[in-house]
Structures are given as structure tokens and as C-alpha cells.
Design a protein around this ligand. Structure first.
Ligand code: ADP
Length: 485
């Protein structure tokens, strides 16, 4: 991949710790391409002492960073945003190499998530406090918004670039500093972003990238270390629960973006072409490896045949292959465990009476590739309606009426995203209100953008990323009672 880069210095084999680039020493780990296992980089495998050092440096840097004017902090973030856009091709190439998604999708991830840096650069200047009338004429209530302090971020492999900007952007905008642990499977995008952050003028220590395969030690260090005020995490619900438990001793502030089990509902008044387009996008983007992917496709009885035909036509156009190849629209899964999980979900469904309409087997293209698969006749007792499959497997479940589908859609411990297609206005409002999820896509299969509050309810998480709400998790309110006036 280095040969393909305009700026090869963006591909780094060092961690970024307390403002220094730290090379590999005794303990290292390899980063490989999920398509063919090719070696991309060897990185230092850091331990809890290194994390502690990064946290101490973040605490030292935070004092000065928080004192800068909002305009100065905004300026640094804006420069970082511009550098990401200028280097989007290279960042996309690095992302595809370590994660596998098609290059056009990778470029989309880089550009659309750079927007969080731009957005929070702008929001930095709008962290407004309040003056509230006092309890008596000699009092006023002053409300200040102050940075929470040192933050730790833990990010997953499915959006190795985008998950960084939506956490580090608001943290730095608010006057916090941040220590990041990217997924050990995809740390290269985070390091490339750190190179650009340094060039943009993010001060030494204000942003560190700890590369490690020992996620648990990192988790223990940042949950127990009293200097860390807040943890922001995107990943599985199991790890989210664990962080909450471990962080209880030090009352950690938490933002958690956890698992989903998104229902995608097609009503009989829907535009079926639009619904099939939306389902294709929502289900097969990133080979089905997003937390907001349609996991269960519910289609009203009268249109199930027509919709299924339209979806199958679209699935047939998907081109499998190496993400960097021209025209490829479906890349590999992250590893063979992901393929095995898909196989488990599929065989459970087929064993319980689901019908295979297309796909159903591993692809010959690469060991981590599975053919895009559609199954019909799915029922609520199959594993794939309960757990996130995180793979290119689309289950179709038919339903009778609104009440029927709302009950099935809400029958989940998760509540991240849901989608539905309909035209009737009354239906649109009542269904949007009834679905138990933090986000609802109505006649769209795409939800995330920097101007919208992204996040879940139920066991899908806490807090929101993006929009003017997205900075609040990095701020504390301080009430100042002004008396004797
Ligand atoms: P996924 O299924 O997306 O891999 P994980 O929750 O396992 O979800 O991983 C998301 C991120 O959380 C990764 O960066 C991973 O290394 C990290 N992680 C996993 N276990 C822990 C842990 N005990 N403490 C802190 N981070 C963890």
C-alpha cells in the first residue's frame, strides 16, 4: 500500500505517545490485510505503563489547551479537517488495506467523517453558558460549561477512520485532551490521522494513539486511573458493560455506542424500488459490518414477493473482491471468525425452516469472503433476529400489520437504529414514535452525518455523537451562585 500513496509518511509503524513517535521494541504485533493476509505494518505492542504515560501527558497538555481561546482551538481543528480532506485518497487507501471495504466506501468514510472535525471546530465557539435569574433579587445563577478533562477513547475496526474524528473532534473542541486505543486490527488509519493532527498543530500530549493487542489492560488502566474523567467507547455491548462495571469505582463519565439489531420495515404503501435500494445500502454496506446495518428485514405480506424480487435483482449486481479493485462493491469480512458467525446464523435459520434465495456459501475469491445471502421465511425464534449478524446476510420476515411489526421490531434488548419505508403520514409519525431506537430512518437507509445526534437507547448505549448535542458529553456544568448583588 505504501507504494500507492501520494504521501508515504502517512503509513506509520510507530505509536503516537505523549507527543512522541514510539517505534517497535521487544513486543510487537502485525497489521494485515483482511483480503489476503498480506503484512501491512509491525507496530509496538504497548502496555499499561505506556497508557499511564499518555494519560499523564494528556493531563499536562489539557491545562494549556483548555486555556486557549475557543477560536484558537477551532483553528487547529479546522486545519486538521483541511489536511484530512487534502489527503483523503491516501487515507482511503490505508483504510481499505487494513479493513477491506471498497475504496469508494473508504473515501466516503474519510470525507464524511472529516466533517465531524469541521463541525466541532465550529461548535467550539458556541459552548455558551447561561445566566439564570436568582432565587432572590440579590442573586444570579451563572452556569459555566467546562471541559470534563482527560478522556480515553476506544474504537472498533469497522470504521477505523470515522470513529476517531467523531470522538477526538468534540473532545478537543471542548478543551479536553484524549488518549485513543484503536482496534488492534485497524490501527493504521488512527495513526495516519495522528500524523495530520500533529501537522495541524494539535499540541504534544493532547492526543495520543496507544497501539496494543492487550485491550483489557488498556481498559483497566483507563477505568481505574482517576486522572481519566471520561471514556468514550464504540464496540460490543459486552465490552461496554464491562467498562461501565470497571469504571464504577472512579465514577467514570461514559459515552457508549454499542451493538444494534436494526429492524428495516417495508410497509405496503412504500415505494418498493426506494425500499430495495435502501435495504441494499443498509444491509450490504461495509459487507454488513456496521452497527446500524439492517439486521432484520420485515416486509408486509402484500408486498413481500415484489420487494424480495427487487432486492434480489440488486444483490445480483454486487461485485465481490479486493476493496482496492475498480468496481468492487463488496469486500471481505474482517476475519474468518466473522465468516463462521455468519455461517452459524445461516445454518440455524435454514435448520428452523428459512428458505435460501441466493448466496449461502463462502466465496472462492478469498477465505474471508462470503457470498451476499438472502433468506426468506424467517421467524423470530431464529438467532439472526436476536443477534447482530455483522455480515452480508439479509433475512426477510413477513408481517401482517403495524401492531404486529412494531411488537417484533421492539422485541430486542438493543435500540440503536431502525428504518421503515412508508408514504402515509399518520403511519410515518406513529411508527417513528413507537420504534424503540435512538435513530429512525424514514424512507432512507443512511443515518449518520455530523449534524445529527447519533446514538442508541436500551442496551445500545449512552450519549450521542454529532450535532450540537455531541459536544455535551465532553462538558460539565458548573453552577456559580452569585449573591450579594
Ligand atoms: P467488535 O466486536 O467490534 O470487535 P469489541 O467490543 O470487541 O467489538 O471491540 C471494540 C474495541 O474495544 C476494540 O478496540 C477492542 O480492542 C476494544 N476492547 C475489547 N475488549 C476490551 C476491554 N476489555 N477493554 C477495553 N477495550 C476493549
Amino acid at each position: 500500500v505504501a507504494r500507492a500513496l501520494r504521501d508515504p509518511s502517512l503509513l506509520v509503524s510507530k505509536a503516537y505517545l505523549a507527543g512522541e513517535w514510539v517505534g517497535a521494541s521487544d513486543r510487537t504485533f502485525a497489521v494485515t490485510d483482511p483480503f489476503d493476509g498480506a503484512l501491512l505494518a509491525v507496530l509496538p505492542d504497548l502496555g499499561p505503563d505506556d497508557t499511564r504515560r499518555a494519560v499523564a501527558a494528556a493531563a499536562a497538555a489539557q491545562k494549556d489547551w483548555a486555556k486557549r481561546t475557543a477560536k484558537e482551538r477551532a483553528g487547529v481543528l479546522k486545519r486538521w479537517y483541511e489536511l484530512v480532506i487534502e489527503n483523503a485518497e491516501d487515507l482511503a487507501a490505508i483504510l481499505t488495506a487494513e479493513q477491506g471495504k471498497p475504496l469508494a466506501e473508504a473515501k466516503g468514510e474519510v470525507v464524511s467523517n472529516a466533517a465531524y472535525l469541521e463541525w466541532f471546530a465550529e461548535e467550539a465557539k458556541r459552548i455558551d453558558g447561561e445566566i439564570i435569574p436568582g432565587a432572590n433579587p440579590a442573586q444570579r445563577i451563572l452556569v459555566l460549561k467546562q471541559p470534563v478533562g482527560v478522556c480515553a477513547a476506544i474504537t472498533p475496526w469497522n470504521f477505523p477512520n470515522g470513529m476517531i474524528t467523531r470522538k477526538v473532534g468534540p473532545a478537543l473542541a471542548a478543551g479536553c485532551t484524549i488518549v485513543l486505543k484503536p482496534s488492534e486490527l485497524t490501527p493504521l488509519s488512527a495513526l495516519a490521522l495522528a500524523v495530520l493532527a500533529e501537522r495541524a498543530g494539535v499540541p504534544k500530549g493532547a492526543f495520543s494513539v496507544v497501539t496494543t493487542t492487550d485491550a483489557k489492560s488498556f481498559g483497566l488502566e483507563v477505568t481505574k486511573n482517576p486522572t481519566v474523567a471520561k471514556i468514550t467507547f464504540t464496540g460490543s455491548t459486552a465490552v461496554g458493560r464491562w467498562l461501565m462495571r470497571e469504571g464504577a469505582d472512579t465514577i467514570k463519565r461514559l459515552s457508549l455506542e454499542l451493538g444494534g439489531n436494526a429492524p428495516f420495515i417495508v410497509f405496503d404503501d412504500a415505494d418498493l424500488d426506494a425500499a430495495a435500494d435502501g435495504a441494499l445500502l443498509s444491509k450490504f454496506r461495509n459487507a454488513g459490518q456496521t452497527c446500524v446495518c439492517a439486521n432484520r428485514i420485515y416486509v408486509q405480506e402484500g408486498v413481500v414477493e415484489a420487494f424480495t424480487r427487487k432486492l434480489l435483482e440488486r444483490v445480483a449486481t454486487l461485485k465481490l473482491g479486493r476493496g482496492s479493485e475498480e468496481g468492487v462493491t463488496l469486500g471481505p469480512l474482517i476475519n474468518t471468525q466473522a465468516v463462521e458467525k455468519m455461517e452459524r446464523h445461516l445454518s440455524d435459520a435454514l435448520g428452523k425452516g428459512a428458505k435460501l434465495l441466493t448466496g449461502g456459501r463462502r466465496s472462492d475469491v478469498a477465505p474471508t469472503m462470503f457470498e451476499p445471502t438472502v433468506v426468506a421465511g424467517v421467524t423470530q425464534d431464529m438467532i439472526l433476529t436476536k443477534e447482530e449478524t455483522f455480515a452480508p446476510l439479509a433475512p426477510i420476515i413477513s408481517f401482517r400489520d403495524e401492531a404486529d411489526v412494531i411488537a417484533m421490531a421492539n422485541d430486542s434488548e438493543f435500540g440503536l437504529a431502525s428504518y421503515f419505508y412508508a408514504r402515509d403520514m399518520k403511519r410515518i409519525l406513529t411508527v417513528a414514535e413507537a420504534l424503540q431506537s435512538g435513530m429512525v430512518g424514514v424512507n432512507t437507509g443512511a443515518l449518520a452525518n455530523e449534524m445529527a445526534p447519533f446514538g442508541g437507547v436500551k442496551q445500545s448505549g449512552l450519549g450521542r455523537e454529532g450535532s450540537h448535542h455531541g459536544i455535551e458529553g465532553y462538558l460539565e456544568l458548573k453552577y456559580v451562585a452569585l449573591a450579594g448583588l
